[in-house]
Write a protein that binds this ligand. Structure first.
Ligand SMILES: Nc1ncnc2c1ncn2[C@@H]1O[C@H](COP(=O)(O)OP(=O)(O)OP(=O)(O)O)[C@@H](O)[C@H]1O
Ligand SMILES: [Mg+2]
Length: 168
């Protein structure tokens, strides 16, 4: 029997915001309860834009505010509950525990901006599938007004095959 691939990485150029939205829509169709989608990248790289596009693709209507101040926003989409989280303002592991991220994973998926701050307050073993996404501005310009972004992604476990299909 072939050994399942443990992880799969891909890089792509997102020419403009429409390209980011189209990637997010493909990603949305593979999202399952227990999934953690980690969104890394500098301020303005496009993490919230990608998260918002993903929620739209799942049928969320109305406002999708950035969770910068609320830290977490919950959505009951037509397919599964999704929590959109922004950990930029997190200062210690205790604050992470209070968010109840693990409970949200039991029935839904997590979209997490600034995932490096998850730290020890988060029970990573409750995650069933993980996709790491890193967004960067074009190296040559570093100008957020330029729409081009680079996306690097690594899918772990079940997300290895899913990512391979998404970028095929
Ligand atoms: N290709 C692109 N993909 C995503 N966003 C883009 C793209 N081109 C331009 N943008 C713009 O870049 C900005 C990205 O802002 P966004 O709030 O998504 O960033 P963020 O990574 O979530 O930042 P923060 O760390 O502050 O939360 C938006 O104004 C968006 O319209
Ligand atoms: Mg954001």
């Amino acid at each position: 029997m072939p050994t399942p691939v443990a992880s799969y990485s891909a890089a792509l150029d997102l020419a403009d915001e429409a390209a980011t939205r189209s990637f997010a829509a493909r990603l949305a169709s593979y999202l399952e309860p227990g999934d953690l989608i980690a969104l890394e990248g500098d301020l303005g790289a496009g993490k919230s834009t990608l998260a918002r596009a993903l929620l739209r693709a799942l049928g969320v209507e109305g406002e999708i505010p950035s969770p910068t101040f609320t830290l977490i926003q919950h959505y009951d989409t037509a397919y599964l509950p999704v929590a959109h989280v922004d950990l930029y303002r997190i200062e210690d592991d205790g604050e992470i525990e209070e968010l109840g991220l693990e409970d949200a994973l039991d029935f839904g998926a997590l979209l997490v901006e600034w995932p490096a701050r998850l730290g020890r307050g988060f029970e990573a073993n409750r995650v069933k599938g993980r996709l790491d996404i890193s967004l960067t501005l074009d190296d040559a310009t570093e100008d957020p007004a330029v729409e081009k972004r680079k996306l690097a992604a690594t899918g772990h476990g079940g997300w290895a095959a899913k990512l391979e299909r998404i970028v095929a």
